[in-house]
Design a protein around this ligand. Sequence first.
Ligand SMILES: [Zn+2]
Length: 186
Amino acid sequence: MDSGEYIWRTVRDSKVRSAHADREGKLFSWTNPPPGGHPAEDYNCRCWAETAEKKPSAECIQLSVDLRNSEAQEVTESNHLNDEIDRVTVLDAEIIAAKEIVIEEAWKIGLDISMSSLGDLAKKNILVKVIAGAVELKPAYDEIQSLNSERIQAIKEEHFYLSRYRKQREISRAIRAKMEKKGCVS
Ligand SMILES: [Zn+2]
């Protein structure tokens, strides 16, 4: 990062004019040139400006450690979130498969059920009672019920990790803003 300062460097031989030899290793500001100008500006001057590295303060070091930790936590939360999203996707497919089994089993006992009428099991109470009561359909019906409650749980977890991820992202953002305000090199 440009601190606006540089270190005056000379070639350190006998030809360096004494005024410049005196400046060797000293700090100068780009906005405030010494008499004769910045390095290499004066006639035949072979000096150069070395970028002055600004040493990070203890506070900046702490902030960058905090930021690293926060960003690592963001990744952790985001991984949890993605796991739950994947779990819901898998459950959705499993629920459809279980419903297909119910439709198939129902067909065998003379019940014509479409996927759409199964789509809203909870609201179709009569249909649900028939399906739940039929011995032939019971295992597949129970499977749907269990998958549905698993899915509800997965959605809850998904929301939980989404909010944790968002909070963590806010924390990282706040640390970055603080570092910028303090002029920390990131
Ligand atoms: Zn010089």
